[in-house]
Design a protein around this ligand. Structure first.
Ligand code: AMP
Length: 291
């Protein structure tokens, strides 16, 4: 496995293999790797001749009062995990290598970046779209793998790839969870034992919504109420948002017809966690048309 820190070296590594006709599966990450990340690498391993992982805590996707400086980092262990997962190359650039002085070009994916996490984290998806497009230009992947845990991020990237004619196949991978259902996340490491016990309320709220839908509930307002009251049972939980939205446009829906996405962001103490689940009703008709 090669560990590459320079953009020029990474470009040359990829280009020389692509001209040989080899496919490249690419997994962009911010490191502090867990089973969720590893599931993406394994899928990429199955579907491509070569696998490239990037580990880069991207400063432009963090707000001024967010956790960029304290974001968990463990480069030595991350490289071991990549090696075990059969990764061929790991890109570990510095922030200066990625954003040299004078960098002033950013990618804004407009409508889809606005609701949900976009509303509470202004500029976040601009940072995400910019780094992902830059990494695509550097690595030139055949396929790129993203987790459904960050559902809005996945939709932002799909939209960017479509709108800017980027030549890469986006592959969505299911959310990997702890045994009690908590979605794996590098940020779970911030949780105290008491907060960790409370954090299960996110997935339990989503399960409750799913169960209500299975019993015939289709009104978003009632689903949101049920999810919110499950979360409010935890003393250290503060809701950022709880929504039921169209799974492609991410616009609010009033009645769930066919598929909808239940999405939530909750602060447990000082740690902001997100989760989501596709709800499927037996109501005939396709997804609610956007308003
Ligand atoms: P991050 O390092 O948090 O930026 O995540 C890198 C990639 O891993 C993104 O595509 C995430 O959606 C994905 N990912 C993070 N957590 C999970 C999880 N629990 N299950 C599946 N994919 C995940």
């Amino acid at each position: 496995m090669e560990v590459i820190s320079s953009v020029a070296h990474m470009k040359q590594w990829s280009r020389s293999r692509l001209v040989e006709g080899k496919s490249i599966g690419f997994v962009p990450t911010m490191g502090f790797l867990h089973e969720g990340h590893l599931s993406l690498m394994r899928r990429a391993r199955l579907e491509n001749a070569l696998v490239v992982v990037s580990i880069f805590v991207n400063p432009t996707q963090f707000g001024a009062n967010e956790d960029y400086a304290s974001y968990p980092r463990d480069p030595k262990n991350d490289l071991k995990k990549c090696q075990t997962a059969g990764v061929d190359a790991v890109l570990v650039p510095s922030a200066e290598e990625i954003y040299p002085p004078g960098a002033q070009t950013f990618v804004t994916v407009e409508k889809i970046s606005t609701p949900l996490c976009g509303a509470s984290r202004p500029g976040h998806f601009r940072g995400v779209a910019t780094i992902v497009l830059k990494l695509f230009n550097i690595v030139g992947p055949t396929r790129a793998y993203f987790g459904e845990k960050d559902y809005q991020q996945l939709q932002v990237i799909r939209t960017m790839v479509r709108d800017l004619n980027v030549d890469v196949e986006i592959v969505a991978c299911p959310t990997v969870r702890e045994s009690d259902g908590l979605a794996m996340s590098s940020r779970n490491s911030y949780l105290s034992p008491a907060e960790r016990r409370q954090a299960v309320c996110l997935c339990e709220a989503l399960r409750e919504a799913e169960s209500l839908v299975e019993h015939g509930e289709t009104t978003s307002q009632r689903l949101i109420q049920a999810m919110s009251s499950r979360i409010r049972r935890e003393p250290d939980a503060n809701i950022d948002y709880v929504r039921v939205v169209h799974p492609e446009t991410l616009e609010d829906v009033d009645i769930v017809r066919g598929k909808a996405l239940a999405a939530l962001a909750v602060r447990i103490g000082r740690t902001r966690l997100i989760d989501n689940r596709i709800l499927q009703t037996s109501l005939s008709g396709s997804w609610n048309p956007p308003a």
